[in-house]
Ligand binder design. Structure first.
Ligand SMILES: Nc1nc2c(c(=O)[nH]1)N[C@H]1C(S)=C(S)[C@@H](COP(=O)(O)O)O[C@H]1N2
Ligand SMILES: [Mo]
Length: 317
């Protein structure tokens, strides 16, 4: 019996009780898309697209119990962050991001679309059905988490604004306001933070805009009020606090590629076989766990592989 009793689990491994009880209620309301056991283990169903496949089966034919991905605690998700606008250390964003004003917030959609618009955040979100998505997030620096996002498919927004045949890529931009974002007063990156996806990548059903996590609005340090989540790519592709979405013809510039193109490519698919120039990507440290895990190709989301058919993923890192 590999499922541990609560008393066997180190406290850092336990998801906050109030939160997982809330989550169980939340999932019941959402139509029973998953089960949370008393120890906070998530038993996924087909709708929980993000939970580890392979390791996800609650039991195999032989009755052997396989431990599924467990949610990272709310505490870890909201105190270990990368958000250079609020400092370079992982503890900085949770201390500093309170200066970000997330209302009112507007989002510009421009470029090659039939319906360009400047939306107030509420109008941007309102037509879409918010869903619960448990996704692993794998940072390029080899740490990982399992995060219960609230959000909606990027494809839904893309269809709504009607890209023209000229639109081949989407470029995302974070807010630029050094008054609210003290990290932008230094040149650690070429501000504002920029990211991009090929249009077909953005249309993949796994790609979402997130507005919350653990059933609550996004904390500022996690990219409030609106961020991208692309779970098969390294974390830096999941750009936070976005104010602009541009449909463009050419591959857009991205913040980390501009900063160091030898280390950070445009595609940045999680790939255990392509090392970062300064460290291996074969293993990862999951928050709350002692032993390192093997990193999975596409972070385990192998259904995206067809997007890259015929591409050399060593060259297109
Ligand atoms: N605007 C902006 N978005 C960003 C970053 C950033 O510094 N600025 N960091 C990225 C990196 S490197 C990672 S790993 C994830 C971290 O998301 P989390 O803090 O919610 O776990 O955000 C990404 N999005
Ligand atoms: Mo990252």
């Amino acid at each position: 019996m590999l499922i541990k009793k609560p008393s066997d689990i180190r406290s850092s491994e336990i998801t906050d009780e109030k939160v997982y009880v809330n989550r169980r209620e939340f999932m019941k309301k959402a139509g029973g898309i998953g089960l949370v056991t008393a120890a906070g283990l998530v038993i996924p169903s087909a709708c929980d697209a993000g939970v580890a496949r392979g390791a996800a089966a609650a039991s195999s034919a032989g009755g052997e119990q396989v431990k599924p991905d467990k949610l990272t605690s709310f505490e870890d998700i909201t105190t270990t962050n990368n958000f250079y606008e609020f400092g370079l250390d992982k503890q900085d964003p949770s201390k500093n991001a309170h200066t970000l004003q997330t209302r009112p917030w507007s989002v510009v959609v421009d470029g090659h679309v039939a319906k360009p618009a400047t939306y107030q955040l509420e109008d941007f979100i309102k037509p879409h059905k918010l869903e619960d998505r448990i996704y692993r997030l794998r940072c390029v620096e080899a740490w990982s988490m399992v995060i219960p996002w609230v959000g909606f498919p990027m494809a839904d927004l893309i269809k709504r604004v009607e890209p023209t045949s000229k639109a081949k890529f989407i470029a995302f931009t974070t807010l630029f306001d050094p008054k609210q974002m003290p990290g932008q007063r230094s040149n650690s990156l070429d501000w504002p933070y920029k990211e991009g996806l090929r249009l077909d990548e953005a249309m993949h059903p796994l790609a979402i805009f997130a507005t919350g996590l653990y059933g609550k609005p996004l904390p500022n340090q996690n990219g409030a009020p609106l961020r991208v989540v692309v779970p098969w790519k390294y974390g830096f592709k999941s750009i936070k606090s976005i104010v602009k979405i541009s449909f463009v013809e050419k591959q857009p510039r991205t913040a980390w590629n501009d900063a160091n193109s030898g280390e950070y490519g445009f595609y940045s698919n999680v790939n255990p076989k392509v090392d970062h120039p300064r460290w291996s990507q074969a293993k990862e440290h999951r928050a709350g766990e002692l032993r390192k895990r093997d990193t999975l190709m596409f972070n385990g989301y192998t259904e995206v592989a067809s997007l890259y058919a015929g591409m050399d993923l060593r060259k297109n890192y």
